[in-house]
Write a protein that binds this ligand. Sequence first.
Ligand SMILES: *Cc1c(COP(=O)(O)O)cnc(C)c1O
Length: 328
Amino acid sequence: MKNAPRLRLARLPTPIERLDRLSARLGVDLWVKRDDLTGGAEGGNKVRKLEWLCAEARARGADTLVTCGGIQSNHCRATALVARRLGMESVLLLRTADTTADPGWEGNVLVDRILGARIVLVTPEEYRDRAARLAAEAESCTRAGRRPYVIPEGGSSATGVLGYVMAAEEIAGQLAACGGPFDTIAYACGSGGTGAGLAIGARAHLGGVRTVGFAVCDDRAYFERTILGIAAEASDRFGLPPVAAVEIDDRYKGIAYAVNRPEELARIRAVAREEGLLLDPVYTGKAIHGLLSELERDRFAYGRRVLFVHTGGVYGLFAKGREFEGIA
Ligand SMILES: *Cc1c(COP(=O)(O)O)cnc(C)c1O
């Protein structure tokens, strides 16, 4: 990538595996890119972005990573872990309804706390102003004699996007071993960086393959705008092919971000039992529910060969265990 340094932080390449029983049942060739296996506690899609973000942080002499997300943010957990691998500190702005209550010791936030990330709880209203809040945190790090590097929500900056441009290149190198090109690549969309990287990478490395992002919050118009914005900046800065349009499906985001309907949890359980593939409740569970629901309606809705990107997030399950208890 033109002018961009990279650190090796992820275990790559991740495998692409066929989902045999789902493929047989649905009558379509369905595969999964195991980006849940990009690492141990840093695993999931965020560490691909962090390879580029942390390289930039290092190049600027940073010693503290400052970022934000929901209370069970996978991105914040991966950032806190990678910070320690690089001998750095992290500051996490975590969004939660009650900022006076203890954030708990479950799921991702347990990992954040074990790692000793500095956690700053913010209300949903305060979080709307996250760019300003991140800047203020960075400012106070600087006053304390540290050298902060701010990573936007989800690591979805032009720099972070390079992680998924590279993932597309990685997929291109694996096609021969998994039966040839795919007709569609499907993924869960939360802050847009994965989508932007895949959209650019699809053009640069995969012959313009169709990509479909299943939104887990906000809506189609928001993500089309956001993804095209990030992609334009990345294409411009790193000399990559421009992206003219992206496809987002927002019909399966459900009640709200990180809130689950019983059918989503039932789908996670069904896929676990049918394929031995464990998905997360916030992102991949909703996305696979959307993908499989559409395939059940029309098995060729996405062509004959479909690749689903498993972007990780399994720690989120361990903050929601009790919700599975009531699922019929
Ligand atoms: C962050 C995340 C996503 C969404 O990726 P974005 O690049 O933020 O759109 C999908 N799945 C999991 C498990 C995530 O943690």
